[in-house]
Ligand binder design. Structure first.
Ligand SMILES: Nc1ncnc2c1ncn2[C@@H]1O[C@H](COP(=O)(O)OP(=O)(O)OP(=O)(O)O)[C@@H](O)[C@H]1O
Length: 320
């Protein structure tokens, strides 16, 4: 299996300005040194509580946010230092679908204009060819070609997310970052949109990074899952391993809150204590240690390495 995405030592520190001269007085460490890869045709789920750096990771990979440090490879090519023109060409291969289908569509544009916009930017097409392609995209996401002249307010939340997906597919991308793409939808509609993502992946040979704060959402679609906490990956592995044999105390705590239908899977009940530390003054040792019931003295002193415990299962924890 070939690697479509590879990320090495990725960091994104946002400067914090202050004082009379508005100088940088500190940094918020949104992403603090993450390494991972996504194979061609694979779905990597990224989970973690709000503010742990999931969106920043996704957007930095797409170069919508400039990385502070680290390397990003797409299909073997280092895209960390591309110039504007090179980035423009690269972007057609990588698309972002985000949370809120209500605010991400221009209410004054017709569905046809919304979906056709990337075709104007990226493709040299005649008007007729563009219309055909828009109709094809509408059908691909389960909408009707007759919807082409309608406006976003005429659609339900699930249908609007389908429009966003059609727009993202217009440039024939290979890689999609779906950032909380179903979080704003009702549970029954969430399932429909997740099924659509799965169908499109098979039909169009897509690769996804599927970001969610909700483990039960990523479970169904992900081949592998990465668990983030305070800007770092604390565990990553095949979905079955993460659900059936979680290793990191934080992953166990997240799983405690998720109902698991299989009675054979025994879960340690771990309740999260305390608060997430500030991403401005991150702890010297393990980022999770102030909330961990199993912490030992080394956890306060030393940041644990992210190591492969068994094939494909990585964890950053001193007690494993
Ligand atoms: N443009 C920015 N400037 C300064 N800080 C930012 C910026 N974008 C994000 N942050 C901060 O970076 C940290 C990580 O944010 P991010 O949105 O990546 O987290 P997340 O896990 O996706 O959470 P959520 O699901 O709530 O979006 C947060 O502390 C956030 O406040």
């Amino acid at each position: 299996m070939s690697r479509l995405i590879e990320v090495k030592g990725l960091k994104k520190y946002f400067p914090i300005k202050g004082g009379f001269f508005n100088r940088t007085v500190n940094y918020l460490k949104a992403v603090d040194g993450v390494d991972f890869f996504i194979n061609q045709g694979e779905v990597l789920g990224i989970v973690g509580e709000s503010g742990c750096g999931k969106s920043t990771t996704g957007r930095t990979i797409l170069r919508l946010i400039e990385p502070t440090e680290g390397e990003i490879y797409f299909d073997g090519a280092n895209i960390s230092n591309l110039n504007e023109e090179e980035l423009r060409l690269m972007r057609r291969n990588m698309q972002l679908i985000f949370q809120d289908p209500y605010s991400s569509l221009n209410p004054r544009q017709t569905v046809g204009d919304i979906i056709g916009e990337p075709l104007l930017i990226h493709e040299k097409m005649s008007r007729g060819e563009r219309l055909d392609r828009i109709k094809e995209l509408l059908q691909l996401v389960g909408l009707s070609p007759y919807h082409i002249r309608r406006y976003p307010h005429e659609f339900s939340g699930g249908q609007r997310q389908r429009i966003c997906i059609a727009r993202a597919l217009a440039s024939n991308p290979k890689f999609i970052v779906a950032d909380e793409a179903v979080s704003a939808l009702d549970v029954s509609i969430q399932a429909q949109i997740i099924n659509l993502f799965e169908e499109l992946k098979e039909k169009l040979n897509l690769t996804y990074m599927f970001i969610s704060h909700d483990l039960s959402v990523v479970r169904h679609i992900s081949d592998r899952i990465g668990v983030m906490y305070l800007g770092k990956l604390v565990e990553m592995g095949h979905s079955e391993d993460i659900f059936e044999e979680p290793l990191h105390p934080y992953t166990k705590a997240l799983l405690s809150a998720v109902p698991i239908p299989n009675p054979k899977i025994k879960k340690d009940r771990i309740i999260l204590q305390g608060d997430v530390p500030s991403p401005i003054n991150t702890p010297k040792g393990c980022v999770f240690c102030n909330r961990c019931s199993f912490a030992i003295p080394i956890c306060i002193e030393e940041n644990p390495k992210f190591i492969e415990i068994k094939k494909g299962h990585y964890v950053a924890c001193h007690i494993i």
